[in-house]
Write a protein that binds this ligand. Structure first.
Ligand code: RIB
Ligand code: CA
Length: 320
């Protein structure tokens, strides 16, 4: 097998973040270099504790956790999504506190250090608001040129939002940061709601995770009921949208996805469209061009849902 692809996962764990992290750790094609944390589904210190706990559960305390931003770049934090992920970000499952600690570097320092010391090798996988990534791009102007790429969960190009009618949760939690990241001169893949809301793991499939005799699966079985309750109440869904794990599925099996390529701008205004990711779908006609100079972004638009769900469940130990 070729060398594993090296990734840094920037995350706000988060129930679907936990699924994605375990999915990545169970995939030999990927080497998780570090987890960096950000506010989002919970406040940052809670997300950091959760990241540490997840690595302890997975038996991977060799992987560094670096704490990141506590608030967006240009506004106060909108507040945790406790109605989705529980007050502790992990389904109110009464987890023991972690016994390990984050590294002394903060998230930006770690990202810059690891990327610049391995030029062209590292892919960033952001699963939460893009604050740490934007700050790292600002801190080291050569960062983008030294990345293998960015594969992120966030945004909505051709569909409505989930946090507001216009915008997706990760992007609306820091639109200014997202606009910086979508302008980075490196390959960017956007796994936004266009694709993640098409990928549903059914209740029956989720039940199978609880039958797997492995600490990772048992943790997911403990935290998933909270997420399933929200999906049922919010969308009448017997199952969940597989948001964050879609990044990992794409890294492992890009052939299961269809995509379009467009430049992206993020609405950083303070009206109803704040946080909407706007693809440029027609050429500039006259006057100002807000998309000028932006790199093309690979926007995932659809997937072979059965193949993607089977891939993740299989890696989590579910025999299908
Ligand atoms: O919109 C989905 C995203 O918001 C996911 O990353 C989920 O974890 C929440 O943060
Ligand atoms: Ca997330």
């Amino acid at each position: 097998m070729s060398r594993p692809r090296r990734i840094i996962v920037d995350t706000d764990p988060g129930i679907d973040d936990a699924m994605a992290i375990f999915f990545a750790l169970a995939s030999p094609e990927l080497e998780v270099v570090a987890l960096t944390t950000v506010f989002g589904n919970a406040h940052t210190p809670v997300c950091t504790a959760n990241a540490l706990r997840l690595l302890e559960i997975a038996g991977r305390t060799d992987i560094a956790v670096a704490e990141g931003a506590h608030a967006p770049m240009a506004m106060p934090f909108r507040g945790p999504a406790d109605f989705v992920h529980g007050g502790d970000g992990q389904g109110d499952a009464s987890l023991a506190p972690p016994s390990t600690r984050p590294v002394l570097e903060d998230a930006v320092e770690l990202i810059v250090d690891r990327v610049m010391s391995a030029p062209g090798e590292i892919t960033l996988v952001p699963l939460g608001p893009l604050t740490n990534i934007a700050r790292a791009l600002q801190a080291e102007p050569r960062l983008a040129a030294n990345l293998a790429g960015i594969v992120l969960m966030g945004g909505n190009a051709f569909c409505g939002g989930n946090a507001t009618p216009a915008a997706e949760a990760n992007v609306v939690n820091d639109p200014e940061a997202a606009d910086i990241v979508f302008g980075a001169a490196c390959p960017i893949v956007m796994a936004g709601l266009d694709v993640t809301e098409r990928i549903v793991m059914t209740g029956a499939q989720l039940d199978l995770i609880g039958e797997v005799d492995h600490p990772r699966a048992q943790h997911l079985a403990a935290i998933l009921p909270c997420y399933r309750r929200f999906a049922r109440e919010a969308s009448g869904l017997d199952g969940i949208h597989v948001h964050d794990s879609t990044t990992i599925s794409y890294l492992l099996a890009p052939q299961h996805f269809s995509h379009r390529s467009h430049q992206i701008r993020v609405d950083t205004g303070h009206g109803v469209g704040r946080g909407k990711t706007w693809p440029r779908t027609r050429p500039a006609q006259h006057g100002d061009d807000p998309w000028a100079g932006r790199p093309p972004v690979t926007i995932l638009t659809d997937a072979d849902v059965d193949a993607v769900v089977r891939l993740e469940l299989g890696r989590l130990g579910v025999g299908l």
